[in-house]
Write a protein that binds this ligand. Structure first.
Ligand code: HEC
Length: 472
């Protein structure tokens, strides 16, 4: 995904301030037991709360989990998926090496108790229970799009998805922004939810995507948009709600920029056309706070702000990013040290509004931690910001913290942000296995840093917020 070199420079080119302001909400669940371990009393409320946002008529999942028959019919498979925490789709979990202090917004995870309830209900034979005790049907599912959107930007033409394999394409789009434009919210609307697996929207300030598409409207682009000075507008997977920064915060798109929409299409066995779109809310004023996306960790920068740390299998010459064939649990780590200044400008403390992990097929877990130069109330010397022991390339997304702006985790000058990526480059990893068979290889290849299918990345996405300055 990227040219981090150019990016790191732009990230530190701006300035001033450290107070933030408010937003947000969350939900909770309840479970029952014993006599009440029935569909009516224990399971229907659970699937309403945690499954039906996707598994309902018109939802993005391929089948509904609404009626007793629906849930019973899928019960055994669902039990497996729930037990392995593969459903609901969500990659971020605590483990002993990483406990995240902040809650995430729109958290899809089941509690341990909910998993236990679901599993025991299936093992008990999936009783219906007393129909009179069933909850009323759930009919509201939150806004499905971006409220107050000011524009919708669609793929220029329906795209015929390449059948039978993963198809990762970049589509340049001209949003027609004649002036610098502030984005207060964004959302992706998949054209055909059966095949759109994830979408990353980049800003292409030099409008180079169009030439790459060479009149075809799109071009293949596994690792990133392959343009100079890209920045990131949003990263989306099914289940990710619209990104809304609130009235006071915006992400700047320089005038004249194009967007490049990278769409990952899932293998489809029939002919499918897709016309995905991105909804934007532009602000008609310059906001008081600036959202900025830092993509870091993937490559060393000449200025030394980002470096590769020593790891297993390093050659005598020093740290090297190499994942040997058949390595399991192999880690590579990167460190970003936030400088005190960028040129003459003092770098302010940044609130981390949302965070995400990006690796390719071999990636199985990524951890992002901060080691702060100075600890303070609510800002421990060491803090784990994200752990993704259920990382799956197919479900990559950003996770927004459920906290007002002044309570977000922070990163500031002198702090070190560490990215630790774990890879499984064996045939136990179904993604590696599939890539091998597509490429007719008999054993997993040695993997290096890069942007194509069998290269790897270890890239953190930090969507930060800071007070706007005169320079913005
Ligand atoms: C954010 C959307 C979303 C939520 C929430 C969600 N699912 Fe899914 N689910 C999907 C999608 C999309 C698929 C299609 C398969 C895929 O792409 O992985 C799926 C597939 C499945 C499958 C089929 C897997 C297979 O291999 O055939 C099961 C079973 C399942 N979900 C159960 C559940 C249960 C149970 C819940 C709630 C506890 C749930 N899901 C919540 C989106 C969701």
């Amino acid at each position: 995904m990227l040219n981090v070199r150019a990016f790191a420079a732009s990230v530190f080119a701006l300035a001033i301030g450290s107070t933030f302001q408010a937003a947000c909400s969350s939900s909770s669940g309840a479970e029952q037991d014993g006599e009440t371990l029935t569909f009516a009393q224990a399971i229907e409320p659970l699937v309403q709360e945690k499954c039906q946002s996707c598994h309902r008529a018109g939802g993005i999942a391929p089948f509904p989990l609404v009626t007793y028959e629906d849930v019973k019919g899928m019960g055994e498979v669902a039990k497996e998926k729930v037990q392995r925490r593969e459903m609901p789709p969500w990659g971020a979990f605590d483990d002993p090496s990483c406990k995240v202090d902040h809650a995430f917004r729109d958290d899809l995870r089941l509690t341990d108790k909910q998993v236990d309830t679901f599993v025991r209900w299936v093992e008990k034979g999936m009783p219906l229970g007393d129909p009179a005790k069933r909850p009323p049907a759930r009919t509201t599912f939150g806004a499905s799009g971006l409220t107050d959107k000011t524009g919708t930007y669609q793929l220029p033409a329906p795209y015929s998805v390449v059948p039978g394999k993963d198809d990762i394409r970049c589509f340049p789009i001209d949003p027609g922004f004649a002036e610098d434009t502030w984005i207060g919210g964004s959302n992706v609307v998949p054209g055909d939810p059966r095949v759109v697996h994830h979408v990353i929207v980049y800003v292409d300030p030099k409008r180079q995507g169009v030439a790459k598409a060479a009149g075809a409207g799109s071009y293949p682009c596994f690792g990133g948009p392959d343009v100079e000075e890209p920045s990131l507008l949003l990263a989306w997977a099914p289940g990710v709600p619209p990104m809304v920064y609130g009235e006071e915060t915006g992400l700047k798109i320089p005038k004249g920029s194009h967007l490049v929409m990278q769409v990952h299409y899932h293998p489809s066995h029939e002919a499918v056309t897709d016309q995905t779109s991105v909804e934007l809310k532009t602000l008609s004023y310059k906001p008081g706070y600036v959202a900025q996306v830092i993509l870091a960790g993937n490559a060393e920068t000449a200025d030394g702000f980002i470096k590769l740390l020593p790891g297993p299998n390093d050659p005598p010459s020093g740290p090297a990013f190499v994942i040997p064939s058949n390595a399991k649990g192999h880690t590579e780590s990167m460190e970003l040290e936030i400088p005190e200044k960028a040129g003459d400008v003092t770098i302010p403390e940044l609130g981390v509004y949302a965070i995400g992990a990006h690796m390719h097929w071999a990636g199985v877990d990524m951890k992002i931690e901060v080691e702060r130069k100075t600890a303070a109330e609510g800002k421990p010397a060491k803090e784990c910001l994200l752990g993704t022991p259920k990382y799956d390339f197919n479900w990559q997304r950003t996770y927004a913290y459920d906290a007002p702006l002044d309570k977000l985790p922070t990163v500031g000058p002198g702090d070190k942000v560490r990215f630790t990526c774990t890879y499984d480059n064996t045939t136990d990893n179904r993604h590696v296995q599939r890539a091998m068979s597509e490429m007719r290889m008999s054993s997993p290849p040695e993997i290096k840093l890069g942007e194509t299918t069998l290269d790897e990345m270890c890239l953190g996405v930090l969507i930060t917020v800071r007070r706007a300055s005169l320079l913005d």
